[in-house]
Ligand binder design. Structure first.
Ligand code: GLP
Length: 244
């Protein structure tokens, strides 16, 4: 795994944009695997700023997202579909028809998972962007998730519910279940860009990069990916051992 440590969150966004930019430059019709959470917002701002300033076009780009809360409609301002529109899709020239995310309102969860797996097979990702949970989760793959899972429904852990409560009015509003790409789906991307910001991610980052590869720490599977880049700010990288 290639590791880049940045001074702060702003520098991290600029570095992440360099990686994303190189993918876009190679392929006008790149397939981007995108992520939600506070960590990628700076990168999305960089993409928008470049689009406005340099005219980089997303007309032929396709975007597939990692996960979505069960029970939330695209209009719900806590849904990940809404998040993506607000932070990126509505600010660039991507065709809304070329943006994919699980349907939080799907009544047949199993059918929805298989539908999404088919979308992922049809659109092999050139890059998959990832954040990391404080417990080492990637997308919504919580500790203990078998590595061979594709899209599935998860019961969120109490830790994740508490962490994500900051985006909701109250903790009881946080959905208890979510659709998520599985570890296998994530690993299928050609390139992976993992971003981590802040001291509260330091332990998960160190375990993911330098600990044993185990489903107990879902992000550790990334050690097996042939082209994975971690960009972490100094705080998130603070527990990485330098002499390995
Ligand atoms: C959520 C998302 C993850 C994300 C994580 C970290 O649980 N499902 O994809 O990586 O939060 O979020 P943040 O970037 O806000 O720390």
């Amino acid at each position: 795994m290639k590791i880049i440590v940045t001074k702060d969150q702003k520098e991290l966004a600029v570095e992440a944009w360099q990686v994303m930019r190189s993918v876009l430059l190679q392929k006008e019709d790149a397939v981007l695997g995108l992520a939600t959470g506070s960590t990628p917002i700076g990168l999305y701002d960089e993409m928008v700023a470049d689009h406005l300033k340099n005219g980089t076009s997303y007309r032929r780009v396709r975007a597939v997202n990692l996960d979505e809360y069960v029970g939330l409609s695209p209009q719900n301002d806590q849904s990940y579909r809404y998040f993506m529109k607000k932070h990126l899709f509505d600010r660039i020239d991507i065709d809304p028809e070329s943006t994919f995310i699980e349907d939080g309102l799907a009544t047949d969860a199993e059918a929805e998972c298989r539908r999404y797996d088919a979308v992922l097979s049809r659109l092999p990702r050139d890059i998959q962007l990832l954040g990391i949970g404080a417990n080492g989760h990637i997308a919504f793959n919580e500790p203990g998730t078998p590595f061979d899972l594709t899209t599935h429904v998860v019961d969120l852990t109490q830790n994740t519910i508490q962490m994500n409560a900051r985006f909701f009015e109250k903790e009881s509003d946080v959905p208890r279940r979510a659709f998520t790409m599985g570890p296998k789906s994530i690993m299928d991307a050609k390139k992976i860009l993992l971003l981590a910001v802040g001291q509260n991610k330091a332990q998960a980052v160190a375990a993911a990069v330098q600990g044993p590869v185990t489903p107990d720490l879902p992000a550790s599977i990334l050690q097996r990916h042939p082209d994975c880049i971690l960009i972490a700010d100094e705080a998130a990288a603070s527990l990485l051992k330098k002499d390995l």
